[in-house]
Design a protein around this ligand. Structure first.
Ligand code: SAM
Length: 296
């Protein structure tokens, strides 16, 4: 007798679908294994060649979804794999093979390898396509409570403190929600520097472990979030989002007047930080005014 379908069984692999020649960039889950599209499963089931940043992770994902390797090797590739590997893969595509590429998690190329490969395939005039899906940046943006009409994804800022401060200063006046990736051990330092350079009253959000068991979204000002991060141990994967600079109502003369009084008791650097926080103006602008006035 025919059994009714088991609703808890993984979806049947779509092995009958033919995947056309070319490079297929496959987005994979950023946490919950079921966050993978049917298109991505089709590509993984039917591609001639499987390529991954981490071959074990891809094999495990395929196992979860009941997709057999069927004798296909899984080739390791990242952007430092070298010219030889790049030529080998573009050669396979040129021969008419369908090649699936998945990075460790989320969308390839987004703070992940794949750029060199995709660029080489496009430059050679070979077919390049995507099975799009999850990316932590966009998932976090939708949960952050910050404006989503314009955003700037800046990935991981430099790890060194002074380079990170300069990077934040460069981003200070961008009229878009800023999206940053950060490791939990640098979160407190990032938020403190962001509060100093962008103003402690700017709205921000910390999105942690998205789609996973301990998913958490903290919303507040940069100052509040920096304070929380200084006293709490954050674990897991983190996206930091920062609101755009508020249109400042302070004129250059008002900034200069505030600077004059602050400079009576502070260094230029401290006065710039203080005025930027009190008037809610980017520190970069205040610092520029401070320097130009000190040269007059
Ligand atoms: N390609 C991935 C994507 O599309 O989002 C990003 C890979 S990057 C190497 C890893 C970083 O992405 C983490 O350090 C974290 O900043 C962010 N991330 C990835 N998964 C996340 C998750 N589930 N929750 C929060 N952030 C995540």
């Amino acid at each position: 007798m025919r059994q009714p379908p088991d609703p808890t069984a993984p979806p049947a692999p779509q092995t009958l679908r033919t995947i056309p020649p070319g490079l297929h960039l496959v987005s994979t889950p950023i946490g919950a294994a079921r966050d993978i599209t049917l298109h991505a499963l089709d590509v993984l089931a039917g591609a001639d060649v499987l390529v991954a940043e981490d071959t074990r992770t891809l094999r495990h994902l395929m196992e979860i979804h009941g997709i057999p390797l069927a004798g296909r090797p899984v080739i390791a590739y990242h952007d430092h794999s070298g010219e030889g590997q790049l030529r080998r893969l573009t050669g396979l595509i040129a021969e008419g093979k369908s090649v699936a590429y998945a990075s460790e998690a989320g969308t390839p190329l987004i703070s992940d390898p794949g750029f060199e490969l995709a660029r080489a395939v496009a430059a050679a005039g070979l077919p390049l396509t995507a099975a799009p899906g999850p990316t932590a940046a966009i998932c976090a943006l939708t949960l952050s409570g910050l404006p989503s009409d314009r955003f700037l994804f800046a990935g991981f800022l430099p790890a060194a403190a002074s380079a990170r401060r300069s990077a934040l200063e460069e981003l200070a006046d961008v009229q878009a929600t800023l999206i940053l990736y950060e490791s939990p051990k640098r979160l407190a330092a990032l938020l403190t520097t962001a509060a100093e350079t962008l103003g402690s009253t700017r709205r921000a959000a910390v999105c942690r472990e998205l789609t996973k068991r301990f998913e958490e979204v903290l919303r507040g000002t940069l100052g509040e979030l920096a304070e929380t991060a200084a006293t709490r141990d954050f674990k897991g994967e983190i996206v930091v989002l920062i609101d755009r600079a508020a249109a400042t109502a302070a004129t250059e003369d008002q900034i200069a007047a505030a600077l004059n009084s602050a400079l009576a008791s502070m260094s230029v650097k401290d006065a710039a930080t203080f005025v930027s926080q009190t008037l809610n103006v980017s520190r970069k602008i205040v610092y520029k005014i401070a320097l130009s006035r000190s040269q007059d």
